[in-house]
Design a protein around this ligand. Structure first.
Ligand SMILES: C[S@@+](CC[C@H](N)C(=O)[O-])C[C@H]1O[C@@H](n2cnc3c(N)ncnc32)[C@H](O)[C@@H]1O
Length: 205
């Protein structure tokens, strides 16, 4: 099945996400810095890495491998060009996580920020089992207002994402991770403009 994320232009995505009224790109970058350095791990897999937001915090002397996974080939290519100084450690994997015959390498820390929204809890469980991490850190968006996409001049670029979007519930995510042996070790809330907030939850096996 064709994934509507493959048709999104990176300029539209990042233009929208970095608007003053959205401000999610900037906030996610800070969240990722915290995710990278909270645990004693040497390799990381980042699901839904888009254009590489957050990679500016990677210290290549500390990490032996950082995988960036995304369904959009253009996003991944741009991320490699932007972070070419990380070429010894940064490796991209272009795949649709919703595919049946998915294959992924293992990693000690699995990061998924605003990604479970687009694959659902069950598929995320499948991905976690394949990657076999010790730690998982997920950021989900909680809406207190109406739409999952904030109003902006870029809004219509995202119309087709409705097809793959799942509304997130914190408790349901926690339960789905518990089912496969992961318990919560940390929870952080970050307020955003437009009546939205991020909740970041870290799990350990
Ligand atoms: C909302 S963005 C994530 C934000 C990103 N983590 C950041 O810091 O800007 C969702 C990302 O997940 C990717 N994605 C969505 N569904 C996917 C799937 N089924 N398989 C792989 N990547 C997917 C999209 O292409 C997009 O880059």
């Amino acid at each position: 099945m064709h994934n509507p994320w493959e048709d999104i232009d990176l300029n539209d995505y990042e233009g929208h996400m970095s608007l003053d009224s959205v401000y999610q790109l900037q906030v996610l970058s800070q969240i990722m810095k915290e995710q990278f350095y909270s645990y004693d791990v040497r390799n990381i897999m980042i699901l839904g890495i888009a254009g590489g937001n957050g990679l500016e915090h990677i210290d290549k002397n500390r990490f032996t491998k950082v995988y960036g996974v995304d369904v959009n080939r253009q996003f991944l290519q741009e991320s490699r060009e932007r972070y070419c100084h990380l070429e010894d450690v940064y490796e991209t994997i272009c795949t649709d996580l919703l595919r049946d015959e998915l294959q992924l390498p293992t990693s000690e820390l699995l990061i998924a920020n605003l990604l479970v929204e687009y694959i659902g809890y069950q598929c995320f469980q499948k991905v976690v089992k394949l990657v076999g991490p010790r730690y998982i850190s997920c950021t989900i968006q909680i809406n207190t207002g109406e739409s999952f996409v904030s109003d902006s001049p870029y809004l219509h670029a995202f119309d087709n994402l409705e097809q793959v979007h799942h509304q997130m519930e914190e408790q349901a995510l926690v339960e789905s991770m518990l089912e496969i042996g992961f318990g919560v070790i940390k929870r952080t809330e970050t307020r955003l403009p437009n009546e939205k907030k991020f909740v970041t939850i870290d799990f350990v096996k």
